[in-house]
Design a binder for this molecule. Sequence first.
Ligand SMILES: NC(=O)c1ccc[n+]([C@@H]2O[C@H](COP(=O)([O-])OP(=O)(O)OC[C@H]3O[C@@H](n4cnc5c(N)ncnc54)[C@H](OP(=O)(O)O)[C@@H]3O)[C@@H](O)[C@H]2O)c1
Length: 226
Amino acid sequence: MIDAELEGAHVFITGRRKTELDAAVETIGSATAVIGDIADLADLDRLYEAVRDRGQGLDVLFANASVAAFFPLEQITEEHFDTLFGINVRGTLFTVQKALPLLNDGASVILNGSTNVDVGAEAFGVYAASKAATRSFARTWANELKGRGIRVNAVTPGPTDTPGLSGLAPDPEQAVGLRQHLAAQVPLGRLAHPEEIAAAVAFLASGQSSFITGSSLYVDGGMNHI
Ligand SMILES: NC(=O)c1ccc[n+]([C@@H]2O[C@H](COP(=O)([O-])OP(=O)(O)OC[C@H]3O[C@@H](n4cnc5c(N)ncnc54)[C@H](OP(=O)(O)O)[C@@H]3O)[C@@H](O)[C@H]2O)c1
């Protein structure tokens, strides 16, 4: 894909909440929302049916959806494990597998990872393990899809100011404390803005990154490096 085509592309988005999807379509402009849960393979089929109906395949696939929660080892439940692995690992796997027939030759696939793959943050073991699986998938799939000229990479964000990050805390007051605590660990002294992660994804999606595959691009304010 040439970069001029990347900007202004038609975008398909999915998620479980209709109000948020509608708002995102409003913001993006040229976008189609398909409500669904990536842990439900029938929902993924409906998503890709909509892509197929448009008849132009996919040049870029960004597998972003994940969930997180704090559970120390002794408190981990089957439900916590199954939910996180069901969405973050199984859901990501089938998001990419079911897209394969639609991916155009030369497409770019980007998986959303996390700096937690490298560190042992307490009470975050299942989430970190799910993101380690994602990092591993990027390596394997880069190898498996190279024959079609399809590149597969991970983007590896540090703490980013999103609803999901604040939602890790039990209440808004503790969310402020969590954000401050995490920002203090980042050499650049703050959380990432979501747009800064999006810029890295756009780079990996574009021809500017044509010799990068199987890689992991850290967008972490130096957190895991200095
Ligand atoms: N924020 C951070 O500090 C941080 C750091 C490193 C990596 N990340 C990664 O960045 C990505 C986005 O996280 P975020 O912080 O933006 O979290 P967020 O605010 O909770 O957003 C998560 C998004 O994923 C969607 N989603 C979750 N489960 C889904 C499912 N089963 N099916 C379809 N869509 C689903 C959500 O939509 P619905 O709820 O409507 O389904 C929402 O749009 C994740 O992969 C996360 O692991 C975040």
